[in-house]
Every structure is written in structure tokens, then in C-alpha cells.
Design a protein around this ligand. Structure first.
Ligand SMILES: NS(=O)(=O)c1ccc(C(=O)O)c(S(=O)(=O)NCCc2ccccc2)c1
Ligand SMILES: [Zn+2]
Length: 262
């Protein structure tokens, strides 16, 4: 799938029909083979500055639920690490399974996690709109954090409590003063990074992925509320629970995965 100009047969249970992807040799997600990752001492510490007052709403887009931030100014930003430019936070969302046995998009030596958090940022030094950056090389930076089932995550509870109000596809509610930094592991300086793509349409190869080595813990009950969301809108007569909203893993095609730690 790396050589062909177009990568077809992206027949994913959730998307209708094959998706032709331009290029197709730097798709995401991937399995991170830890022993094959390359320590890069030039990788700097990540610097995230998030302003909870830029948090605006939470909504169900029929694929995941997104917490969206005001990205019209440089108030919530990410820089450093593998990034040369300044990136603005636009949203975060999760991927999860129908059981705790699987759900993450990336894996570590094939190890699956029950869920994965993605914080999506776009390059505000080079582009003026998220929609532009999505289509461009070096346009996006996404932080991935693995979730494990264990103790209750106090910071996550405010988000969990908002989910029943957005059960159906298309529902939106106001959601303010949420600090996404509370969802990051205590150590954000240990990560892997590689060049890849969005894992949802348009699957553009515009993402610098930054996958955290350390996970966060959430409780079984908190994750169960994620699974109470629906893929379907209120009007549809068959309601489908929002689970297994992850993409199948993609070929590495010779890409290097660098680590910030040895
Ligand atoms: N797993 S991932 O980080 O690749 C990802 C998943 C979902 C979405 C999304 O918008 O639903 C996004 S998004 O926020 O980047 N939007 C992509 C689709 C889109 C393109 C252009 C304008 C609006 C939305 C990213
Ligand atoms: Zn995602």
C-alpha cells in the first residue's frame, strides 16, 4: 500500500465505500515498535500553554465527541518538542473500544489500550485557518495520550457529566473553563514522534504525531459513559452505540519513529 499512488480499500466499518488517499505512504495510526524507535537528542521539551477560558463547546460529530477551543488567538498553544513553529489548540477528542481490551488507535509493541486521547493543534505561524492547515504538510500537530482503566480521573469527570446531553450525532452543548492540561500525563517530555495523517477523512498527511510514553488513568465507569454515546442522530430509527471509533493501523512505509528519551 506504500508504493501505489492511491491507497484504496480503506473500507472501514464506519465509512461507506473505498477512500482514495493521495500518496498514502504516511498514513496513521501505526504500531510503535519501541526497540526500533530512534532516540533523537535534538528533540526539545514540549511547551504547552492552555487557557481554560478558550474552551467553548462539546459536541457529538457522529464519529467521536469533540471539545472545541477558540483558536482565533494564540491563547492555547503548543510548541517545542519536534515542532519548529507555534501551533494552536483547536479541539480534543478520544477513540475507544466496546470493551476495555481495545480502543486505542496507536499501539506500543502491538499493545492495545482501552482508549486514546488526541489534542489537535494547527500551525498558526504558517496558516491563518485550521481548514487550511489540515490540507498542508506540517499543518497539524496532534498529541496522543493512552488511557488505562484504574482510578477515577477527577479532572475528566466534568467532561463525563456533560456527555448525556450530547448522546446523539449533531448535539452540541456549551462547555467552558476546562483545562486540557489536566488530561496530560505528569511527564510530557517522554514521547515518540513521527510524520503521519489524520485518522479520519480527509486522512490528509499533514500531522506531526506526538505520542506520550506515559498514560493517564480513568475509571471503568467513566469509560462506560463514553460508550453510552451514539453514532446516530435522534431522528434515526436504529440507534448505534459509539464504540470502536478507531481506524485500522497503516503501513509504516519506512518512516522513522523518533523518541525524546533513551
Ligand atoms: N484522529 S485525528 O486526530 O486525526 C482527528 C479525528 C477527528 C477529527 C474531526 O474533526 O472529527 C479531526 S479534525 O479536527 O482534524 N478534523 C478533520 C476533519 C476536518 C477537516 C477540515 C475541516 C473540519 C474538519 C482529527
Ligand atoms: Zn483522533
Amino acid at each position: 500500500a506504500c508504493s501505489s499512488k492511491y491507497v484504496l480499500s480503506q473500507m472501514h466499518p464506519m465509512w461507506q465505500g473505498p477512500l482514495a488517499i493521495p500518496g498514502g505512504d504516511r498514513q496513521s495510526p501505526i504500531d510503535i515498535v519501541v526497540r526500533k524507535s530512534i532516540f533523537d537528542s535534538e528533540l526539545k521539551p514540549l511547551v504547552s500553554v492552555y487557557d481554560p477560558n478558550t474552551c467553548q463547546q462539546i459536541w457529538n460529530n457522529g464519529y467521536s465527541f469533540l471539545v472545541e477551543y477558540d483558536d482565533t488567538t494564540d491563547k492555547s498553544t503548543l510548541k517545542g518538542g519536534p515542532l519548529q513553529d507555534n501551533f494552536r489548540l483547536c479541539q480534543f477528542h478520544f477513540h475507544w473500544g466496546e470493551s476495555n481490551a481495545w480502543g486505542s488507535e496507536h499501539t506500543l509493541d502491538r499493545r492495545l489500550f482501552p482508549a486514546e486521547l488526541h489534542l489537535v493543534h494547527w500551525n498558526s505561524d504558517k496558516y491563518s485557518l485550521f481548514e487550511e492547515a489540515v490540507m498542508e504538510d506540517n499543518g497539524l500537530a496532534v498529541i496522543g495520550v493512552f488511557l488505562k482503566v484504574g482510578k477515577r480521573h477527577e479532572g475528566l469527570q466534568k467532561l463525563v457529566d456533560a456527555l448525556p446531553a450530547i448522546r446523539h450525532k449533531g448535539s452540541v452543548v456549551e462547555f467552558t473553563r476546562f483545562d486540557p492540561a489536566c488530561l496530560l500525563p505528569s511527564n510530557i517530555n517522554d514521547y515518540w514522534t513521527y510524520h503521519g495523517s489524520l485518522t479520519t477523512p480527509p486522512l490528509t498527511e499533514s500531522v506531526t504525531w506526538i505520542i506520550m510514553k506515559h498514560h493517564i488513568e480513568v475509571s471503568h465507569d467513566q469509560l462506560a459513559v463514553f460508550r453510552s454515546l451514539l453514532f446516530t442522530s435522534a431522528e434515526e430509527d436504529v440507534q448505534k452505540s459509539m464504540v470502536n471509533n478507531f481506524r485500522v493501523q497503516q503501513p509504516l512505509c519506512g518512516r522513522a519513529v523518533r523518541s525524546s528519551f533513551s
